[in-house]
Design a binder for this molecule. Sequence first.
Ligand code: 2PG
Ligand code: MG
Length: 438
Amino acid sequence: MIKSIKAAQRLDSRGNPTVQHRKRLTWRSGSFRAIVPSGASTGANEAVELRDGDPSKYGGKSVEKAVSNVENIIAPALIKSGLRVATDQKKIDELLNSLDGTKNKAKLGANAILGVSMACARAGAAASGLQLYEYLRRESGAKTPYVLPVPFFNVLNGGVHSGNKMAFQETMIAPVGATSITEAVQMGSEVYQHLKKVITKKFGASAIGIGDEGGFAPPISQPHEALDLLVQAVSDAGYEGKVKFAIDPASSEFFKDGAYDIGFKDEKSNPQSPKQLKDLYHSLLKKYPIVLLEDPFAEDDWSSWTEFRKDCPVELVGDDLLVTNKTYVQEAHEKKACDSMLLKINQIGTISEAIESANLAYSYGWSVFVSHRSGETTDDFIADVVVGLRTGHIKSGAPCRGERVAKYNRLMEIEETLLAKGEKFVYAGENFRSAYQL
Ligand code: 2PG
Ligand code: MG
């Protein structure tokens, strides 16, 4: 049974306030912590992140109201409910939703609710004598053996995550040719270090500054410039054929009046029709070893998604389009808009609902891609989510900066634990899209 729940205002990786939760159980003195992340290129339909809006505090971004909602509304109700963390995750999350009473967690705030849900999962795992990934597997009903994911490292930052002129937000490297997560992390890190040298040589040492997700942000503006840098770095590292690429343009950020302004960070705008953008993607897919495209079109440009999916040869992931919400997952299935769901726990706000959305996506034969947020913390919860739910791939930024590497480090730790226990597992590798069926 839950004894106490405390919340506090802390900072995320961008230096903005976020909510930290601590939970105590009666049966042991240990407390269970969770800290929630925060996005910058947020989808319009995401669960609401409650901010105080008082310009005299953190530029309006303080989260005192959310903290108070945890301590004064959620904590007493949850303690009184007598619900048990070991067995009642779903009921706890239902109670959180009913306390809020809105469709998008606008009353209490998803930042108030999610941390409680996460901390309950951690407490539930401990109370059940399970690792968090084991507990999440039990909750989700996924089968074994465990699948260790391909890490998609965002090594070049653009869009609203950096100050360069690059419209596309994320250009990622994916070591699909590794044989384990530990080897994949090594490959990612080595390519990253080579990329640093390639950038220094081309643009000088002042160009190696990094963006919100730890990737470099050199003075480039076109996607082919980014991909050419990666081709060079992968070749210098000796991993040709083993490391593939992925792009998240986060195109909702530059969709205006029916056109995509790929010059939105430049002096001159450069609006492209959906058809022109589609042609651009196809030319990139032809030229480079790209295996995944996320949010190539905007969240309200459904027809372009459907059109593009007809002949899209790579995994097509919906982020802003789906916001980890089963209503939009179902709509996207009906409209044949994409074939993969990005899973961000704070987009939906509870662990049970995130699991439900993932299971719905799987039921359509889709894949699920777990993601961090651009404003992160060192909480490594999502590493256990990706293993527990067998999603086969995760993006947590570059192999650089504490809040990014926390997840990769936890994944290597899980791999070691499984090895030590002699428990069978596989590395998703080239099969990351069908990990759930492996
Ligand atoms: C995205 C994310 C994470 P943000 O668009 O996929 O990389 O960015 O958290 O800013 O929404
Ligand atoms: Mg995205």
